[in-house]
Design a protein. Structure first.
Length: 184
């Protein structure tokens, strides 16, 4: 049984995340995470838990306590993998595409990150911005299990924002397919 902890980044009360074209990152990633959890929980051999079971769930009272609560919850639950879902932003509205962050190229996260990114690009039609190593990200450096942070698309790019608004299930399906391809 593969236990997958789905961290829907941000929350309404603690760091709402990026905003663009009438979309709020915390709302988009909440819904993508809920779809992904449903797909995994309906698949034999998988169990999923989300960091925010309701759209109004708040973890912690600040950015740092919220991140610590997510990692602690995943660890206490005994997650085998930790997937944090986000939407990217830039002051340059031309920036677009999907990318995945991992702690180290040598980690067990790399093949899963590659599979998920490839599926998002293939199924949703975003640009492949690659896999990036970033050991400074709290949810990557503090989790004892393989972890990755998925930036679905740029909420500040018109084309990507349209996908984030209209293709939330497709993003979840692509992440699910990437998990299934890699983990079986």
């Amino acid at each position: 049984m593969a236990r997958i902890y789905i961290d829907q980044g941000h929350s309404r009360t603690v760091n709402q995340g990026a905003v663009g074209f009438g979309l709020y990152e915390q709302d988009v990633v909440w819904q993508v995470g809920m779809y992904l959890a449903e797909l995994l929980n309906n698949t034999p051999g998988y169990e999923a838990r989300v960091s925010r079971p309701t759209i109004d769930t708040a973890l912690g009272y600040s950015n740092s306590t919220s991140l610590a609560a997510r990692v602690a919850d995943a660890t206490a639950w005994g997650a085998d993998y930790f997937i944090s879902i986000h939407a990217n932003a830039s002051t340059n509205p031309e920036y677009n595409g999907s990318e995945v962050y991992i702690y180290s190229e040598a980690s067990r996260s790399y093949p899963l990150a590659e599979s998920i990114l490839n599926q998002i690009v293939a199924e949703v039609g975003t640009r492949n911005n690659g896999i990036h190593v970033n050991p400074r990200l709290y949810v990557l450096r503090r989790t004892p299990m393989p972890s990755l942070l998925v930036e679905l698309a740029y909420i500040t790019n018109p084309s990507d924002a349209e996908k984030l608004r209209n293709n939330q299930f497709e993003f979840a399906q692509a992440i699910y397919d990437g998990i299934r391809i890699q983990l079986g």
